[in-house]
Design a protein around this ligand. Structure first.
Ligand code: DAH
Length: 364
């Protein structure tokens, strides 16, 4: 074995045995540093005869490459070992309690929809749904809304450029009332449903947003009259506002899909800038506030759905969910509902586990 091969074997062995990065660095400097042994050998090539250089040159270069490679190998082995030690020291103890990070909350609109579903379920109402992209027959025509009605105008309603397979104009539904049509056409009476959901209108200010929420109610059965309607609304509003002194005033009104129609007002009083629902609207310090639309389902609507209006009657109502939430929980700007501001949500939001129940408390 030549001297150079002997040096290579020794150096490579020493490097492989280096116990830490400092020891390895010392070996590197001793071999490849300015005054290192291999550096000296490389320099010595200059003083050799061409014949000597031809023999020793390749050996010295091989030596340098072998030592460089051995240094790199050992360094990555030591680095990996150091990382293992660090990871072992930093291991996460999964059994420790967490730091109670914020976990989000239930939006007041979702909360109120859950409250409504719970209240109406107790009166035997199922929850029905319909699509937000509706056709103009279900949204308007079947509901007896005439061609000339302003709600159909382009500037009030979001239309799609294309029609559906049956040639009907498609639009973002302007109310949840088309779910009445869908339900009567797909279910045999008796029917008792509420239909909560998003609706759209071309409208925008502090009390109107282009998208908002409504809940529709529909009862179809034999012998239904306005007494049923009034009792149902009264029972619903007492449960929702969690007070017994809710007084309703039914005011004659007009909706194409109900006959007769009634606007429903509730008594309230103004307290510290807030409207507190409750009490008779004609009492001292009280007033009436319009809350929802309702009426007996128009015979034409019942017939449009293929039912015999002499056999089946019913009532319907529609109410703004966002408005119900604002009245109960005291928000004053509707736009904040849809801004996604986390501060607003953490102030007005509800815990995910506080599910509304009639027995445990409807606002949880
Ligand atoms: N669809 C009506 C609206 O959006 C609300 C409404 C009024 C619904 C009377 C009804 C009703 O079911 O009977 O303004």
């Amino acid at each position: 074995m030549s001297d150079i091969q002997a040096i290579q074997t020794r150096l490579v062995d020493d490097i492989a045995a280096a116990s830490d990065l400092d020891a390895l660095e010392a070996l590197r400097v001793a071999a490849l540093g300015k005054a290192g042994s291999i550096t000296a050998l490389l320099k010595s090539l200059g003083g050799m005869t061409p014949d000597e250089r031809q023999v020793q040159g390749p050996q010295i270069h091989t030596l340098r490459e072998a030592v460089t490679a051995a240094l790199a190998d050992r360094k990555s082995a030591l680095d990996a070992a150091a990382l293992d030690i660090k990871l072992a020291a930093e291991a996460i103890d999964m059994s420790l309690p967490d730091d109670a990070a914020p976990r989000g909350s239930v939006h007041p609109v979702s909360q109120v929809m859950d409250e409504l579903a719970e209240i109406f379920a107790d009166m035997g109402f199922a929850v029905a749904t319909g699509p937000e992209i509706e056709d103009d027959w279900r949204n308007f025509t079947a509901l007896n809304i005439p061609e000339t009605h302003p709600a159909r105008a382009m500037h009030d309603t979001f239309y799609f450029p294309d029609t559906d397979a049956e040639g009907r104009a498609m639009l973002l539904r302007t109310h949840t009332s088309p779910v009445q049509i869908r339900t009567m056409m797909s279910q045999e009476p008796p029917i008792r449903i509420i239909a909560p959901g998003r609706v759209y209108r071309s409208d925008s200010d502090a009390t109107h947003t282009p998208m908002f929420h409504q809940v529709e109610g529909l009862v179809i059965d034999r012998g239904i009259h306005m007494g049923h309607l009034k009792w149902t609304l009264e029972t619903f509003l007492k449960a929702y506002f969690e007070r017994d002194d809710i007084v309703l005033r039914l005011r004659p009104s007009y909706f194409p899909f109900t006959e007769p129609s009634a606007e429903v007002d509730v008594g309230y009083k103004q307290e510290k800038g807030r409207r507190i629902v409750g009490g008779h609207g004609d009492d001292d310090g009280h007033a009436w506030m319009e809350l929802l639309g309702s009426g007996m389902v128009n015979r034409r609507v019942i017939a449009n759905c293929g039912l015999d209006p002499d056999e089946w009657q019913g009532f319907a109502f529609g109410v703004g969910v966002d408005r119900l939430a604002m009245l109960k929980y005291g928000m004053d700007d509707l736009r904040a509902f849809f801004d996604g501001d986390l501060r607003w949500l953490s102030h007005y939001g509800f815990g995910a586990l506080s599910v509304p129940t009639l027995s445990g408390g409807i606002s949880a």
